[in-house]
Ligand binder design. Structure first.
Ligand code: SF4
Length: 700
């Protein structure tokens, strides 16, 4: 591409901002916000604004396939044919000896929809195992189950344009000011123009989002459900329940009402660490709202009771009838750019494409027939953490990792290290040598990155966008779909005769016909010429669907939304003890992305927070004689981290915060945050509990 301009979408978070890329032979790639894009209207956050540095700096890129012939051999450069023939030979031999479930694929919410679809077809349809999961398991799997239990399907009901129509925002377990900045900027602008708009934030930390709130409920971690029930009790007692909506469009209200009315505001206040008057005030603001939007992210999802937290929050929207109408609805914020696209094509171990379920024999048959294969295994696949457990125990022998860095991002990093060391064969398909997991690869496959390949993504509001190829990938790097297609052919699998990426998309679109996510009338031409679309798009002239459930008909058998009761009200994670008296919660910082393989190489982004710091409350710091800047040792039952302390009253007493981004030994005496985190997962969503690990802290 010479001196040209193309429109594309940011590769970082699930907001999905439109970007205009200019490329010239002198300056390389530069980026600006797309003023005409419906999501960001020209705005970009610090990460998006600096995306061109990541593209232009190819110094860390993997340029050609590398392989070692055995664990004792060094890595050496090989041709693509040699690399993929070896992969096919090793996978065939392991499957022959140990069965299809002895191999697995661990992929990413950054994969494009075509990649996600293709690799799921390859693994579930042809390798005959359901051992394919994604790092989205660590991000939104609790929200997926919550939506399914409440609405009957994994369906985000809102559009971003509901922001400007809402008058009350409940932001809970999320810090969009840092993690979804452009959406938060839209909320701020809306409030600037309409000062009566109210923002309530529920968070154990005084985040930038909380500092902009009218009311901050600084909750004790893990007590969210207790708080939501107290809010519901107050809403019912003050007459704010929408009785018509509840009567005509919901099920199970009586049991829910009995449960929440039996709760006590005083008891909730004590357990949650929030004054009774603040609980009453929050409920009264929600009750009076004309348009009530709830927004949440990892604070709810990454929990041992993540699904219950989700359904308890969704119940508040049902109770107040705030679904399917302008400016209202529950809105889960997705962390990754295409976590939603992955959900659509069945990108997880328990799902099939087009919102079909693996545990449903009719659905399995429909998908098998569509792919022209005999069947799909009924055995549930291993989820993210389960796959690494299976590698560690030797049940699984080989893993293929695509576009993710589990050594830094999964909980209990030492266990992941052991799992990868124990694996017989590790394939890492990556763009960067900076990904720590690549050190464990027996086969390293260079992948094309953002702008170096074409495909589609879906953002948090179900908006599908087309991302064109703008530049060539460096060296011999190939688009992921091409790598996977070539591998499938080496395995002699039929069903992979795609000439273009568009052919893959066409196959997937056809599969959506007559489903709730029907995009069978969408294609690359429409996306290129008409712009982005929110699914479903069930007709040629259809403009897309900004808001779901406007007819109050849900995807459940009765077409009614369901009030779900939690299986556990209080957090089931290990509670603080004399040995480990603090609750460690982890999260993102403003200018870094995941494990920093991209943002970590942009010097501008390193200036905001150049190194990780442990946030500790002044009272806790005083008791432990810790001052800001001291090196402290944080210990859990899984491991240790040495890090600088930051004494700050932005964190609750008894709670500590560490950013999740940094890997091992990037600076002297720093370690991975996930050395500490526990391996507890939600029993249904299997999402890990990154927000609640008990630890001790002492000055080094
Ligand atoms: Fe990219 Fe998200 Fe920032 Fe938008 S808000 S520019 S999508 S990182």
């Amino acid at each position: 591409m010479q001196n040209s301009e193309i429109k594309t979408t940011c590769s970082y978070c699930g907001v999905g901002c439109g970007i205009i890329v200019t490329n010239d032979s002198k300056n390389g790639v530069t980026v600006t916000g797309d003023k005409n894009h419906p999501v960001n209207k020209g705005m970009l956050c610090s990460k998006g604004m600096n995306l061109h540095y990541v593209v232009n700096d190819t110094s860390d890129r993997i340029l050609y396939p590398e392989m070692r012939w055995s664990k004792s051999h060094p890595m050496e450069r090989v041709s693509w044919d040699t690399a993929l023939e070896r992969a096919a030979a090793v996978f065939t031999s392991i499957i022959k000896k140990h069965g299809p479930d002895s191999v697995g694929f661990y992929i990413s919410g950054q994969c494009l929809t075509e990649e996600y679809y293709l690799v799921n077809k390859l693994v579930k349809g042809f390798l005959k195992t359901n051992n394919i999961d994604t790092n989205s398991r660590l991000c939104m799997s609790s929200a997926v189950v919550g939506y399914k239990k409440t609405f009957g399907e994994d369906a985000v009901p809102i559009a971003y344009d509901d922001i400007e129509l809402a008058d009350t925002f409940l932001i809970t377990g999320a810090n969009p000011a840092w993690c979804h900045p452009i959406l938060f900027r839209r909320i701020e602008q809306h409030k600037e123009k309409n000062p009566k708009v109210k923002i309530i934030v529920i968070d154990p930390r005084k985040t930038d989002s909380a500092l902009n709130a009218d009311l901050h409920l600084q909750i004790i971690p893990g007590t969210d459900i207790i708080l939501y029930h107290a809010l519901a009790k107050r809403l019912i007692e003050q007459g704010y329940a929408d009785t018509d909506f509840i009567k005509n469009h919901t099920e199970n209200f009586k049991l829910y009402k009995d449960l929440v009315l039996a709760s006590s505001l005083e008891k909730a206040s004590k357990l949650c660490g929030i004054p009774v008057n603040d609980i009453k005030l929050a409920a009264d603001i929600i009750g009076k709202a004309k348009g009530f939007l709830s927004l949440w992210a990892m604070g709810l999802n990454q929990s041992a009771i993540g699904v219950d937290k989700n359904t308890a929050l969704l119940n508040l929207s049902l109770l107040t009838g705030q679904v399917g109408k302008p400016g209202s609805g529950p809105f889960s914020l997705t962390g990754q750019p295409n976590a939603m696209g992955g959900r659509e094509v069945g990108g997880m171990a328990n799902l099939l494409a087009v919102h079909k379920e693996l545990n449903n024999p009719v659905h399995r048959k429909e998908v098998a027939d569509f792919w022209g294969v005999e069947d799909i295994s009924e055995k549930p696949g291993l989820t993210a953490t389960e796959m690494f457990d299976a590698l560690e125990s030797g049940k699984m022998k080989a893993i293929w990792v695509i576009c993710t860095n589990p050594l830094v991002s999964l909980p209990d990093s030492r266990r992941v290290e052991k799992a990868l060391s124990n694996a017989k064969f590790v394939v890492v398909q990556e763009i960067s040598h900076n990904a720590d997991t690549s050190k464990f690869a027996d086969l390293l496959l260079p992948a094309a990155g953002w702008l170096e390949k074409e495909g589609t993504m879906t953002n948090s509001e179900r908006r599908i966008s087309y991302l064109p190829k703008g530049i060539n990938a460096p060296g011999e790097a190939l688009p992921d779909v091409e790598i996977l297609t070539r591998f499938a052919k080496k395995m002699n699998f039929s069903g992979f005769n795609f000439n273009t990426t568009e052919d893959i998309y066409k196959e997937y679109c056809l599969m959506t016909k007559n489903t709730s996510i029907d995009i069978s009338f969408l294609n690359y031409n429409r996306l290129k010429n008409e712009g982005t679309f929110q699914w479903p798009v069930p007709d040629y002239g259809h403009p897309g669907t900004p808001r779901l459930f406007t007819d109050k008909k849900f995807y459940t058998p009765s077409q009614k939304a369901i009030f779900n009761l939690p299986t556990a009200i209080e957090n089931t994670s290990e509670q603080p003890s004399n040995q480990f008296p603090f609750i460690l919660t982890t999260g993102r910082i403003r200018d870094q992305w995941h494990t920093m393989t991209k943002t970590g190489k942009v010097s501008r982004l390193m200036t905001h927070i150049p190194s990780p710091m442990l946030e500790i409350n002044p009272i806790d710091a005083y008791k432990a004689a810790i001052k800001s800047g001291d090196i402290v040792v944080v210990t859990s039952k899984n491991g240790t981290v040495r890090v600088k302390a930051k004494v700050s009253d932005s964190i609750r007493e008894g709670v500590l915060f560490l950013p999740m981004h940094w890997g091992k030994q990037l600076e002297n005496d720093l370690n991975r945050t996930n050395n500490l985190t526990n391996t507890v997962v939600d029993p249904t969503s299997k999402e890990p509990d990154f927000k609640f690990t008990t630890v001790s802290v002492a000055k080094y």
